[in-house]
Design a protein around this ligand. Structure first.
Ligand code: ADP
Ligand code: MG
Length: 680
């Protein structure tokens, strides 16, 4: 809600922010329980929608109860009794009768309910009908009951409730919120929609109401994103670069391949931003191996030709050095100085040298305060999900309104991208370089392991190389590391004695990692046993084999990233998944890996398996918590809302802004994300 200026009347809608404690029947204690559910104000309560409905329109006559199933009956209490079993269970029984017959309703361990069950009281009871083992009679094991007042809800909304909140009490409190406060909601349609959710008369109408509220929420959110983006653009006149075709011609001559059409489109997008006079804020998304690096390099070269420095931030030492070496080759003949800064080489002298470099590749070491650039005009963040907003901002602050390109291989599904990155421009490389063949993937049960080792041996003998990946997680890092070392020794001693085997893991000093990676790239090592440090970015096309141990311990997107290390050359590549997936989820992950190599398909499955929060990781979650909408299930609504938001802003920016401002505080956002969202 907009805060009223002094002297201005407070809008009535502010009453919706009344703390729940002030509702009838809710004291400070109950308010605390509500708070555990994230419900603090009347507004929260009104927008906490039912997760499901129970249809109580169909009651069953007592003489037609179906054993083994849930039944709903209406009847009168004829008789009650409470007894205690030998092991101290209390059993409450009430004989219920209707015009067709009688049945014993049974409650376990709730003797206090006796007070509600006076003889003659009319009840609506739902429960499972079971044949009693003692007397062969049908009993109703009660799940829920209420007193039949004649105007009971026939469709009962079900809420996610915390311990200590009883559905009936909850609904009563909600009812008093609806009676006393719904009228303060400015939008009449929303009032009606909330009523048809909380006091439903008709399931179809309730469904429609839910979609209406979800749509409304998505629309407000998209308005916020788009308005924020417009504002940013107006506020940030950026560097204007000139793209010199002659210089670019020389750059392309250094490549031993032609850019794919998708790469060309991405380059064109970036150059458009460079020459447009507004700071670029672009996400470059492309599956592993799609060739993002070269796109970044082309862009960096433009910055350099315009007299600026370019910085490339990489998440790991290995990756920084790999980029450095590639760029050195690429820019060797182009009068463009490339340098590298990681924590292992960082020194005063080194930092001073950076002043004279044109393109600087580095790890987190680049972010240190002591690192100063001469004239930083372009920033690339590689594997952006590995960095937080603040790290990105730190680097941006070292430049003069630099253009920013963030790159990711996480193929973020469209609905997520629109929610999370709606404020960013996006280029997608949706095509792999020619000649790539999809990796052949097999599951290896224990008894087939020897066979896969034999297969790998043959390929190694033919000159190929292999990765053997072992899991390593923070919680059991030491044990995992030991296991990886043992694995390496075992392989060397008994499985592949004729080949050279190396071990690489995150705990190794940067220099050593680099040496091992170099030895692998130069084919001095044939088999590289590794923990997941190879996950990002590593590019050794001759490595065409991968064996992943304990596959059940890896996430799906992670497996996809790992597999992306092979299948990079002309030769056929093979990925073996070894392990023992037991849970349904682990099995689904393996199944997905066997069925597809399409990063987007995998991401969609992963998103469904894990939900958006986990999918993105805590680091960058930055996702708003929607009260109603579900960005996976409501993708269609999301797309519609986005279109409408665009139209509204075009037609009447003023009222679009007012609408957003009146809604913004109803959105809660996990901090993080790519930054530049309306909430940061
Ligand atoms: P990623 O997008 O995963 O970062 P890279 O930039 O590491 O991928 O590129 C993967 C490999 O593909 C590299 O060896 C690169 O030289 C090569 N490559 C990139 N673009 C092309 C292309 N258009 N044609 C052929 N090979 C390419
Ligand atoms: Mg890469």
């Amino acid at each position: 809600m907009a805060i009223a200026k002094p002297g201005e009347a407070r809008p009535e809608s502010e009453k919706l922010q009344t703390p729940l404690q002030f509702l009838k029947g809710v004291g400070p204690k109950l308010a605390k329980t509500y708070k555990k559910l994230g419900l603090e104000t009347v507004y929260d309560l009104l927008f906490n929608l039912p997760r499901d409905f129970e249809d109580r329109r169909q009651t069953r006559k007592i003489n037609q109860l179906l054993p083994g199933q849930f039944n709903l009956i209406k009847g009168e209490v004829l008789k009650t009794e409470v007894s205690t079993t030998r092991n101290r269970f209390s059993i409450l029984k009430a004989l219920i009768g209707d015009e067709s017959g009688r049945v014993q309703a049974v409650w376990f361990n709730q003797p206090y309910l006796l007070a509600y069950l006076k003889v003659g009281t009319r009840l609506i009871v739902s429960g499972k009908a079971e044949v009693s083992p003692y007397d062969g009679q049908i009993q109703l094991q009660v799940r829920d009951f209420e007193i039949d007042t004649g105007d009971n809800l026939t469709i009962v909304p079900k809420y996610n409730l915390a311990e200590g909140l009883y559905p009936k009490k909850y609904r009563a409190v909600l009812k008093s919120a609806l009676d006393g406060y719904l009228k303060y909601l400015p939008d009449k349609k929303k009032q009606a929609a909330l009523l048809s959710m909380h006091l439903p008369k008709d399931l179809v109408a309730a469904d429609k109401a839910r979609d209406y509220l979800a749509y409304d929420e998505l629309l407000s959110f998209q308005l916020g994103l788009l308005l924020h983006r417009l504002e940013q653009r107006a506020r940030q006149p950026g560097l204007r670069f000139i793209v010199d075709p002659a210089a670019m011609g020389k750059f392309y001559q250094q490549l031993h391949f032609k850019l794919t059409a998708a790469q060309e489109r991405a380059v064109a997008d970036i150059f458009g931003d460079f020459t447009g006079g507004v700071s670029m804020n672009r996400l470059l998304q492309g599956d592993v191996g799609s060739g993002k690096t070269i796109v970044a390099a082309a862009a960096a070269f433009v910055a350099v030709c315009n007299g600026y420095q370019a910085a490339i931030l990489a998440p790991t030492e290995i990756l920084a050095w790999q980029h450095y070496e590639k760029l050195c080759q690429l820019f060797g003949g182009l009068n463009c100085r490339v340098d590298v800064l990681t924590s292992t080489v960082s020194s005063e002298q080194k930092r001073a040298e950076l002043q004279t470099a044109d393109i600087i590749v580095g790890t987190h070491a680049l972010l240190e305060e002591k690192v100063v650039f001469r004239k930083l005009g372009f920033i690339v963040i590689d594997e952006q999900h590995r960095f937080g907003v603040h790290q990105r901002l730190r680097l941006i602050k070292k430049g003069e309104q630099p253009h920013v390109l963030v790159m990711t291989a996480t193929p973020i599904p469209r609905s997520l991208a629109l929610t999370l990155y709606g404020e960013l421009d996006r280029s997608v490389i949706d095509e792999l370089p020619p000649g790539r063949r999809p990796v052949k993937t097999h599951f290896v049960p224990k008894n087939k392991r020897r066979q896969s080792y034999e297969f790998i041996r043959e390929k190694l003998a033919a000159g190929r190389q292999a990765y053997i990946v072992c899991p390593l997680v923070e919680e059991s890092a030491e044990l995992d590391l030991k296991a990886a070392k043992a694995e390496m020794e075992l392989l060397q001693a008994t499985v592949f004695p004729e080949f050279k085997i190396g071990l690489i893991h995150g705990k190794l000093p940067g220099k050593e990692k680099d040496q091992i990676m170099k030895a692998f790239a130069n084919r001095q090592i044939q088999v590289l046993v590794s923990t997941t440090v190879i996950e990002v970015g590593i590019d050794v096309p001759n490595a065409t084999l991968m064996l992943i141990e304990q596959v059940e311990r890896f996430g799906l997107s992670q497996l996809h990233q790992l597999r992306g290390r092979i299948g990079r050359g002309e030769e056929e590549s093979y990925c073996f998944l070894a392990g023992n997936p037991k849970t349904a989820e682990a099995k689904s992950r393996v199944k997905a890996m066997l069925e597809t190599t399409d990063g987007f398909a995998i991401a969609e499955i992963d998103l469904k398996l894990r939900g958006p929060g986990d999918f993105l990781g805590i680091r960058q979650s930055g996702l708003p918590k929607f009260r109603v909408a579900d960005i996976i299930k409501d993708e269609k609504l999301l797309l519609q809302a986005r279109e409408e938001a665009k139209l509204l802003i075009e037609k009447d920016p003023e009222s679009a802004r007012n609408r957003w401002e009146s809604q913004r505080e109803n959105f809660e956002v996990a901090k993080g994300g790519l930054g530049g969202s309306p909430f940061n």
